[in-house]
Design a protein around this ligand. Structure first.
Ligand code: DQA
Length: 145
């Protein structure tokens, strides 16, 4: 299976960005963690600061991916367009956050992505990604069984 792991804005600065909230590990570290958790499945790991590019990649995943993990970052709280794109997919989608948005400011409590997701993993730092990848692959297996 091919697993897409898509990351939204500002996650390129992981490790230096608000480390008290997001930790010291970089996005490259997170990518390595995902590749390990994928246990041989191909991982397409990407980050963008552009909403349209994120949407293009979601559309691309329609053709090529067996499952999608997405940390939409700030766009999760704002983007109807991202939700619309995710709704076009039939593969399993897992939403993933480093922090626990429900324990933070009110404007982070709403996610436009969650209605399209099979489930959400948040609050465990980079380990959230590991759990999300494991869950996504499990969902792929279940569909094939
Ligand atoms: C985030 C949480 C969002 O609220 C925030 O806008 C981010 C990162 C997380 O991974 O914890 O950029 O998605």
């Amino acid at each position: 299976p091919v697993l897409y792991v898509l990351n939204g804005p500002n996650l390129n600065l992981l490790g230096v960005r608000e480390p008290d909230i997001y930790g010291r590990e970089t996005l490259a570290d997170v990518q390595a963690l995902c590749e390990r958790a994928a246990e041989g499945a191909a991982v397409v790991f990407r980050q963008t600061n552009y909403e349209g590019e994120l949407i293009d990649w979601v559309q691309e995943a329609r053709e090529t991916a067996s499952a999608l993990v997405i940390n939409p970052a700030g766009y999760g709280h704002t983007s109807v367009a991202l939700l619309d794109a995710l709704k076009t997919l039939t593969i399993p989608i897992v939403e993933c956050h480093l922090s626990n948005p429900a324990a933070r400011e009110r404007f982070r409590h709403r996610s436009y992505v969650s209605p399209a997701a099979a489930g959400v993993v948040s609050g465990f730092g980079p380990f959230s990604y590991e759990l999300a990848v494991t869950a996504a692959l499990r969902l792929v297996q279940e569909r094939r069984a």
